[in-house]
Design a protein around this ligand. Sequence first.
Ligand SMILES: Nc1ncnc2c1ncn2[C@@H]1O[C@H](COP(=O)(O)OP(=O)(O)OP(=O)(O)O)[C@@H](O)[C@H]1O
Ligand SMILES: [Mg+2]
Length: 391
Amino acid sequence: MSEIADLFQEYAELGGAVQRRIIEIDNRPARAKRLRRFSLREAARYLGLDEPALRRRLQDPDAPQGERAGLTGRTFALGEIGALRRHLRDATGEPCFAPGRGTGEGLQVVALSNFKGGAAKTTTALHLAQYLALRGYAVLLVDLDSQASATAALGLGPDDDVGADGTLHPYFAGRIDTLAPLVRPTYWPGLDLIPANLGLYRVELELPLRQREEPGFRFWRLLEQGLATVAGRYDVVVCDCPPSLGYLSLNALFAATGLVVPAPPSMPDFASTARFFQMMADTLRDVAAFEGEAKRLDFVRILITKLNTADRNHRRIAGWMESTFAGRVLKERMAATTALDMAGNVKRTLYELEPGPGSRRSFERALDYMDGVNGAIEGLLRAAWGREGAA
Ligand SMILES: Nc1ncnc2c1ncn2[C@@H]1O[C@H](COP(=O)(O)OP(=O)(O)OP(=O)(O)O)[C@@H](O)[C@H]1O
Ligand SMILES: [Mg+2]
């Protein structure tokens, strides 16, 4: 038996070496991420204005002007959109330029969870987190998946840059009692990250031990308690969950104020999404019986992902999902797009990718879908804060 274990150990180490090599190449300084600039139309969109309105506001010479492009165009760096928003907030006092939460508005924690692998949890989490930061919210992305794909996408080498004590592991092991030392800024203004790496998986083995040994211990409440220690700094926390309903995913579920379940509209994917809800129902009932109080969520939505709009079967299943789950499926869907596929291959998000001339249309279509989905989730957050005019 131990020979097989030794063999697998060797495979694991070789796999780790390949992974490190890929990350090392991707993160070489020459290929370090240079963020693209945003067009005037895009800047207007993320500021919540239409283009003529932004042009009018830019007549104020004190407003950050971005850079001229062509005769009438302008482009803005990501940071300049933030600076422009702050300028407009100070100059006008209009609440739309100060989107962060105010008194009485609690921290929103959105969990992206489904135990089906490859359902687009990480893609959704990354794009949602970047979008919300772009819209002016203070955002924390928590990587709860030991595969660490969100961590790597944000430019950190899971082994070399993160280290054994850089993930949630020391917190779940009871060695630290605040998440503050785990939070790292990212290259994306307004977005912080608690990274993951393979070592995070130990939580799945260690938490049941702690549960047996420590009287009164409630393993499922740890992340919620941890987030409370950094809540003051953020408006929204986005949790990228692993493809399982283990101890880490359960912590995200109990920390969450909103749950989004990404689900591609195909038969096997959908069958496992249904089982996922069954398992959550059973667990929530057990915990409610133990705690004497039921877990509350401000919203739960299924998000149709990777919808192949040219495939009749996909469209049909998506239609059934919508009619059967009336109101519980997000009306906005994420289509399968070559632009997103390509972006994933070069470890960029749609908000980072600079489309070539030949791919601009497909890129814009993908971005429209993504902004539609993210805007809808933003609407749910605003509704949870009880804001007027929210979705
Ligand atoms: N709308 C889309 N169009 C095209 N490709 C997509 C789309 N959404 C996701 N993908 C691709 O599908 C793959 C799986 O996506 P992702 O990693 O987000 O899923 P996941 O649910 O996080 O997976 P895991 O369960 O392994 O954590 C990735 O290669 C991603 O680029
Ligand atoms: Mg993932």
